[in-house]
Design a protein around this ligand. Structure first.
Ligand code: GLA
Length: 393
């Protein structure tokens, strides 16, 4: 009898341990499996808290027919989590982020957000446009970075969910007022996230203005295809469809040159581990503290949707492809992560635990007449699209 009780007790403990391990691994809830075409497509909504000034923030969960899931909140248009399958069909969260709104508001290095009105740096926070000098908020030494002190990552977007035959999505809009962070013109922006049954997360950006203004919108997800918090990203193999990049000065602002990647650690024309050359004593890598540069994408024609990047993580077998209509891509390998950000499931994000692939126009274009223009004029429509596609091999 005693033995029987002991056996039952041991089994109960075992079941509890297994359940706990599974819950911890996925950051809450038991492990979910990829089920091609077997899952109910849906978009659900829940309240996610309030900003400091009392605005309601909502969290939307997009689920495709395979169980791939993206959670997106209206604060910053931020992707909180993105569950995609590994080669064994286990769904795992591949983006860094927090569990609560308060943590995003307190201190986020742009985890998963929309960046605007201008992604990356505008040197010395100033530019001339049609003979008028504009000065912008400086939030990165003497430079303006990612839209300033209160960029599009720190505002609440209006949201409208939608369902299509083979996709679910969320349409976010925000009106950036004339003068916001120093920019001219009222800029009406829409960002549409679409999660397709091909396991793609598409991000469509649109904007219109009533005065000429620079615009350069992007998405700042930090990826780790081994699963968020599961080690550094140095073993990920990256390929970039680019033969040139835009070298930077010490302050990480482009010099204006388009330089060949040939024979340099910036050459990702063939799949190469991110960590293979990241610590080389190369001037550009020293300035960036690692990779934090814009690559000039090989384009068939301006504004054409073309492959930009491909990343493969050998342990999980996960692949992410990035396609875009944009001319450039910022590859940042999490050089500023230092273990102070504790994310979902208590995971500590240490140095280079995530990488970003921010599709964009080149940094500092308003001061670089030789770069493709980022100026949007009244009557014109800003329209770009980027696709993050996931599969395994
Ligand atoms: C971009 C910038 C980096 C850094 C990160 C966020 O990639 O180029 O310098 O600001 O965003 O920390």
């Amino acid at each position: 009898m005693k033995k029987f009780v002991r056996n039952v007790a041991t089994k109960a403990v075992l079941v509890a341990v297994v359940f706990l391990v599974c819950s911890c691994r996925t950051g809450g809830g038991p492990e979910r499996m990829y089920m091609k075409g077997k899952v109910k497509m849906e978009v659900t909504k829940e309240a996610f808290g309030k900003t400091g000034d009392g605005q309601d923030v909502d969290l939307y969960t997009l689920t495709n027919a395979n169980g791939v899931r993206a959670r997106i909140m209206t604060y910053g248009g931020t992707v909180l989590s993105l569950d995609v399958p590994d080669k064994k069909g286990r769904l795992g969260d591949v983006v860094l982020g927090y569990e609560t709104l308060a943590e995003y508001i307190k201190d986020s290095p742009y985890f998963g957000c929309i960046v605007g009105r201008y992604g990356n740096r505008i040197g010395k926070g100033r530019f001339m446009l049609n003979g008028i000098a504009y000065s912008l908020a400086k939030n990165n030494g003497e430079n303006h970075l990612h839209g300033g002190l209160k960029g599009f990552d720190k505002v609440v977007w209006a949201a409208r969910p939608f369902t299509e035959a083979e996709a679910v999505g969320l349409r976010l809009s925000y009106l950036s007022k004339d003068g916001e962070e120093g920019y001219p013109g009222n800029l009406a922006c829409t960002v549409t996230y679409t999660l397709t049954n091909n396991d793609e997360l598409k991000v469509g950006y649109e904007a219109q203005t009533d005065k000429p203004t620079p615009v350069n919108l992007t998405q700042h997800s930090y990826f780790n295809l081994a699963g968020q918090g599961n080690g550094d990203i140095l073993g990920h193999q990256l390929m970039l469809n680019a033969e040139r990049f835009t070298p930077v000065d010490k302050g990480l602002t482009p010099t204006g040159e388009l330089r060949s990647v040939k024979g340099t650690p910036m050459d990702f024309t063939r799949p190469t581990a991110i960590g293979a050359r990241v610590n080389r004593k190369d001037e550009q890598l020293i300035f960036g503290g690692g990779y934090d540069h814009n690559w000039v994408l090989n384009k068939a024609g301006a504004n054409e949707m073309t492959p930009a990047a491909r990343v493969y993580e050998p342990k999980s077998g996960r692949v992410m492809e990035v396609l875009t209509t944009e001319p450039g891509i910022q590859f940042y390998c999490g050089n500023f992560l230092d273990g102070k950000n504790v994310g979902k499931g208590g995971k500590v994000y240490k140095h280079r635990y995530g990488f970003c692939l921010e599709t964009q126009h080149f940094p500092d274009s308003p001061n670089k007449p030789m770069f493709p223009s980022t100026i949007l004029n009244p009557g014109q429509k800003y329209q770009t699209e980027t696709i993050y596609r996931f599969y395994t091999e």
